[in-house]
Design a protein around this ligand. Structure first.
Ligand code: C2E
Ligand code: MG
Ligand code: MG
Length: 272
């Protein structure tokens, strides 16, 4: 394990130098209208041997190595560059949600970098927001401070993967989030009465707290019906789209916008 971490550290620095980290985009949808309302930025490691590595294989070791902040910065810079390039071509990429590891908490590095990067690419507050995962082991106590710093800069903050990590309710109590993302573990269990009670209560609680709710991992019409029936309106999942490269995402938006009137999208056939 120690040896593996050592290899990962070497590879990571090489990968940064060679710009091997790519950002893929997964669209987010307002299920009431079928309208596209943003995307989540998901990192992929495109190795020089041609293989594509998903984050579950490298995010946890980078957290252990204390290098996750460096990865998040790299992703943030790539996203801001993509937003800026698209804007110059008259294309709206955002709002894009960037994942920040909770292990950032207690450090000021990301907010300093954030200021520099967003100024360089002239990113506005409605082009970018953040999601902070609560599942990382050994998270520090500085989370409310990190959330506050980002909010002070005018960005909206989502709590990612709600309900599956430790002390979700405590985190919700202590930090000032704008959005709550329901973990796909629960969404996948819609149909099971127990999961449905948990989801319905969580959505109602989020509403009472004034939080917007996004359901992750939406794959079926049954799930969409349940979520809409409980006043959860925003979704992300394979039903609508898998994560896409920037080029695919731009194409996806064009096709979607141009065919809206024709209603060719599956979810538009739903009568709820
Ligand atoms: P996440 O932030 O909760 O991202 C959602 C994950 O669910 C993505 O996996 C996405 O591909 C997957 N997903 C989306 N819709 C569906 C669906 O309908 N069904 C199923 N089965 N899965 C779906 P991905 O891209 O492999 O990312 C895994 C995790 O890696 C992310 O979970 C996030 O915690 C972490 N991650 C990704 N990018 C970054 C990053 O830039 N920085 C940090 N710190 N973590 C990242
Ligand atoms: Mg996320
Ligand atoms: Mg998530």
């Amino acid at each position: 394990m120690v040896e593996n971490l050592f290899i990962m550290e070497q590879e990571f620095h090489g990968a940064l130098k060679n710009s091997e980290f790519r950002v893929w985009y997964q669209p987010q949808i307002d299920m009431r209208t079928g309208k596209h309302c943003g995307a989540e930025a998901l990192v992929r490691w495109q190795k020089q041997d041609g293989s594509l590595v998903k984050p579950d294989a490298f995010v946890p070791p980078l957290e252990k190595l204390g290098l996750i902040a460096r990865l998040d910065e790299e992703v943030l810079e790539n996203v801001c560059r993509d937003i800026s390039q698209a804007r110059k071509q008259g294309i709206t990429l955002g709002p894009v949600s960037v994942n920040l590891s909770r292990l950032q908490a207690g450090r000021n590095v990301i907010t300093e970098k954030l200021k520099k990067i967003t100024e360089e690419y002239e990113i506005t507050r409605d082009e970018l927001f953040f999601e902070i995962t609560e599942t990382a082991d050994g998270a520090e106590d500085g989370l409310p401070g990190l959330v506050e710093q980002l909010r002070e800069k005018g960005f909206q903050i989502a709590m990612d993967d709600f309900g599956t990590g430790n002390s979700s309710l405590k985190v919700l109590q202590e930090s000032h989030f704008d959005i709550l993302k329901l973990d796909r573990y629960f969404v996948a269990r819609i149909g099971d009465p127990k999961a449905e009670i948990i989801l319905a209560s969580t959505i109602a609680m989020a509403g009472d707290l004034g939080l917007e709710v996004v359901a992750e991992g939406v794959e079926t019409e049954e799930q969409i019906r349940f979520l809409l029936g409980h006043q959860c309106h925003l979704a992300q999942g394979y039903y609508y789209s898998r994560p896409l490269t920037k080029e695919q995402y731009i194409k996806w938006q064009k096709v979607r916008n141009s065919s809206r009137a024709g209603g060719i999208f599956r979810e538009r056939k739903l009568h709820i």
